[in-house]
Design a protein around this ligand. Structure first.
Ligand code: ADP
Ligand code: ZN
Ligand code: ZN
Length: 847
């Protein structure tokens, strides 16, 4: 009799499987979903393996198999096992991301009669069982338990000969199953699709008429209504009411006068959740690859053919056409009957990238993203599993998509920290996971970036990935009318001007903008070009501080300084609020310092909202658009902001790190970094790297085209403002010099023993009692230090305990213990962690 090892969904953090016996009439394979007895309950589980000898003696039998085919492929079962071991994650949590959506809900139970009507007639059964079985035989096919119950409570079926209603149907079904007269089976139900709706404001008149009406309203000093109409005219046909409120400061009741005039109408519409729905992509002509691109694509294609699971690091400067290489390799995979998965950092932030895949593989792309309902996810998942899509595009968790016959996995912008899951188990990194999946399936893996993670690059030098380099930028050459006349390739990147803001101050310039940036902005506006201003800080100011006693208001739940947000109400007064950028808790700004009573509470550390105000103050005619978390709460607004900017509806785009993502914005000729120093002082070993990556990515937004007949090669310029112009990350970013950044960074990492020269594990304890939390953390650090000396682990070290960068989270105090070791699992793998502990292997950050 064979046995199975099962990952059981018990809700407890087990890392081991449980053994069960397979009943004679059942055949099971790895990946099957089953029902198993667990204590006094019956729980769902996944078969992780079929064995001859169980890990535990005399196991109980499996109760039932769920569904009629395995829910996870054999390779992915292995992947789950790897995740649990590598990230020390509970086993069921490790397999859960690979299961069909809705799996964890109660499965449906089906009953099927095993005897005929004649046989029933000769069987003596209690009246209740008799009635139920006769109903099932009459139905002629298997019936779902809920359905049976419904028929018995409401239908004619449910009456006995004497007219009384049959009760206890469920019990009767179990008794019949026990007697072997009916067969019980289980299946997974499709979750119901509940359409998500939202209120939209529709423009009922042509845009020109709306603009005229808006001017008339402005003349009557009805400014907000006028603004609302301009926004509606700009959006085309309709706009989310919530977005209009954000942009124009008007709620639905305020809009009534417009509705009365027949200009607008409010309708409740279904929200679109399929990012490709209703959009028709032209099939774009396939680009002819440059020699560099061809070489890179050929290497990947050969690996796809060899099915060797080889991994590549595609290092190509921004605009070098990495996406064209992915597309060519995907084409090849699809031509061989294989399929691909493409990971992008965040679907909402990369609409252009998603679009390029959808264009090339029209009708063959599934997009997985967080906006899908359970029902839609269920359909997508099954569509993918059944091989209906050649390409799956999605963020981090799409690495678990059940894509069959995998030939290629692409991770675009592989250095992005969103690829590491931090908030729940398994705390996996999509890159390592994809590497493992590639080995298991033989798929080729391509990691692409202009600024590879230092760890990935060093791994490539050590031979773990094959390095492919694209050194040239591919630029369309356009004439005066904006028409593309040819393609130019050269390694030139836009010139970068690093401005020392200390010198500006000495020179008497107290503005947010250096003289160089002011001049640049002036020229951009003068020539009707576009600029991007980048500042990685939300709000008007980073924090407020009392000039008399030094008090800084903090979030009571997170114990970090609250951001300061100031916006003008259309009636002309300012609304000032404090907002926690960690947990979103907000409160009105204090009139007076709550500790000393002083009125001198001052905003400190500039934020993007203040930058926008400054642009307006200096260039009243400039049309600006802001792109940060505070304006993108609505669903399509990332894409709308981008679309508006691309259509030339604004001259200056001002934003946080969102503007640094892989955007291709040809009309942008100036990029200004307001303060390059913000990320440098976060207490994290990756702060230099993050700064370099962000600056390089932002700088790469400029000069994406060449303009025929204009002086100087690329039509673009970058200004980086800083108080630390000598910092290596800033110097290297200014020269677009990955090699020198890498050399410097890797030397630091080696010297200070950080990855890639060792590995880290982070243990965080959270508790409502600060002193108790500290004692627990102390005991943990002690225990780990003892283990190191007892086990004689070379190169292992314990840091802390110390309060992390965010010392409080949801009102609980946090303490952190960090482990540094070539193999942290040797040290922490067998810890039993009490409630309140969180363990993160290879953490993305220690801050
Ligand atoms: P990356 O992903 O490296 O930033 P992209 O793939 O976005 O670069 O390429 C930048 C721009 O150059 C895009 O507009 C792309 O269509 C264009 N491009 C890239 N390679 C070619 C090529 N071989 N022929 C024509 N256009 C190309
Ligand atoms: Zn004070
Ligand atoms: Zn908070």
């Amino acid at each position: 009799m064979p046995f199975v090892e099962v990952a059981v969904n018990s809700g407890l953090p087990h890392r081991q499987t449980f053994s069960y016996a397979v009943p004679p009439e059942m055949t099971l394979v790895a990946g099957d979903a089953v029902f198993v007895p667990f204590g006094r309950r019956f729980l769902q589980g996944i078969v992780m393996g079929v064995v001859e000898v169980p890990a535990f003696a005399n196991p109980k039998p499996v109760d039932a198999r769920i569904g009629d085919q395995p829910v996870v492929s054999a390779e992915r079962v292995e992947l789950a096992g790897w995740l649990a071991e590598y990230y020390l994650s509970p086993l069921f949590a490790a397999v859960a991301p690979m299961l069909p959506p809705g799996f964890e809900r109660k499965p449906q139970t089906f009953y099927e009669p095993l005897i005929t009507a004649d046989e029933l007639a000769s069987t003596k059964l209690p009246p209740r069982q008799q009635a139920v079985l006769s109903y099932l035989i009459g139905a002629g096919e298997r019936r779902e338990a809920k359905e049976i119950e419904r028929d018995f409570t409401h239908g004619e079926t449910g009456k006995l000969a004497d007219g009384t209603r049959v009760t206890g149907v469920v019990t009767a079904l179990s008794q019949l199953a026990q007697r072997g007269l009916v067969q019980r089976s289980y299946g997974l139900a499709r979750p119901s699709v509940r359409a998500k709706t939202a209120r939209y404001v529709y423009l009922l008149v042509p845009p020109e008429q709306a603009r005229e009406a808006s001017e008339a309203l402005a003349a009557q000093r009805k400014k907000r209504l006028a603004t609302a109409l301009t926004h509606l005219a700009a959006s085309g046909q309709r706009m989310l009411a919530s977005e209009l409120r954000m942009r124009a400061g008007v709620g639905l009741p305020d809009l009534r006068p417009l509705a009365e005039q027949g200009l607008i109408e409010v309708r409740e519409d279904q929200v679109e959740r399929d990012p490709l729905a209703g959009r028709f992509y032209d099939t774009r002509p396939v680009a002819e690859l440059t020699p560099e691109q061809t070489e890179a694509a050929n290497a990947v294609c050969a690996a796809i053919d060899a099915a060797s699971g080889e991994s590549f690091l595609l290092h190509g400067v921004t605009g070098s056409g990495k996406t064209e290489v992915y597309l060519a390799a995907l084409d090849h995979a699809v031509a061989q009957g294989k399929r691909g998965i493409v990971l992008v950092p965040e679907i909402a932030l990369t609409p252009q990238t998603v679009r390029r895949f959808a264009e090339r593989f029209a009708g063959q792309v599934a997009v997985l993203h967080s906006g899908l309902s359970q029902g839609e996810l269920y359909d997508q998942w099954h569509g993918i599993r059944d091989g209906r899509y050649n390409v799956v595009v999605g963020s981090r968790s799409a690495v678990f998509a059940p894509q069959p016959n995998l030939g290629l996995i692409v991770i675009d912008e592989e250095h992005e920290w969103t690829y590491k899951q931090q908030d729940q188990s398994p705390r996996y990194h999509a890159r390592e996971t994809a590497e493992q999946l590639a080995k298991l399936t033989g798929a080729a893996l391509v990691l692409g970036s202009a600024t590879p993670d230092v760890v990935s690059y060093q791994n490539a030098l050590w031979g773990r990935h094959r390095l492919l380099e694209l050194k040239d930028r591919v630029r369309p050459v356009i004439d005066d009318t904006g028409k593309v006349v040819s393609i130019s390739t050269s390694p030139d990147l836009p010139p970068v001007d690093v401005v020392d803001m200390r010198e500006e101050l000495k020179g008497g310039n107290r503005s947010v903008f250096s003289r160089s940036l002011q001049l640049g902005l002036f020229q951009v506006l003068d020539r009707n070009e576009q600029a991007i201003l980048f500042l990685n800080r939300r709000g008007t100011a980073g924090f407020v501080q009392c000039r008399d006693c030094g008090y800084v208001p903090q979030c009571s739940a997170c114990a970090i300084a609250m951001g300061f947000h100031r916006r003008m109400h259309p009636e002309g007064f300012a609304i000032e609020r404090l907002l926690c950028h960690q947990c979103n808790r907000g409160r009105p700004m204090f009139d007076r310092c709550p500790t000393c009573g002083s009125a001198r509470l001052r905003p400190m550390g500039l934020g993007v909202e203040a930058v926008e105000d400054e642009v307006h103050a200096l260039f009243p005619e400039a049309r600006t658009l802001r792109w940060d978390r505070d304006v993108t709460q609505g669903r399509h607004s990332h894409e709308q902001i981008l679309a508006e900017f691309m259509e030339g509806k604004a001259d200056v785009l001002i934003g946080t790190q969102m503007v640094a993502k892989g955007l291709d914005l040809p009309a942008v000729t100036l990029v200004g970094v307001i303060s390059a120093d913000i990320g440098l002082h976060i207490p994290d070993f990756r702060s230099g790297e993050r700064t370099f990556q962000l600056l390089t990515q932002v700088a790469g937004r400029a000069g994406r085209v060449m303009i025929l007949g204009r002086d100087g090669p690329p039509a673009g310029r970058v200004v980086i403002q800083t108080y630390t112009p000598d910092n290596y990350a800033i110097v290297a970013a200014a020269q677009h010099d990955y090699a020198s950044f890498f050399a410097e960074e890797v030397a630091l990492r080696r010297e200070q023993a950080y990855p890639p020269f060792t590995r880290l594990a982070r243990l965080v304890f959270s508790h409502s009692n600060a002193a108790y939390g500290e004692r627990q953390a102390d005991a943990m650090a002690q225990e780990l230090r003892t283990r190191i000396s007892q086990r004689g682990l070379p190169g292992a070290e314990v840091l802390g305990p110390a309060p992390p960068h965010v010392p409080k989270w949801h009102g609980r105090f946090r303490w952190q213990v960090t482990v540094r070791s070539p193999n942290p699992v040797e040290l922490v793998g067998d810890l039993t962690l009490a409630e309140g502990w969180l363990l993160d292997i290879d953490p993305a950050s220690l801050a």
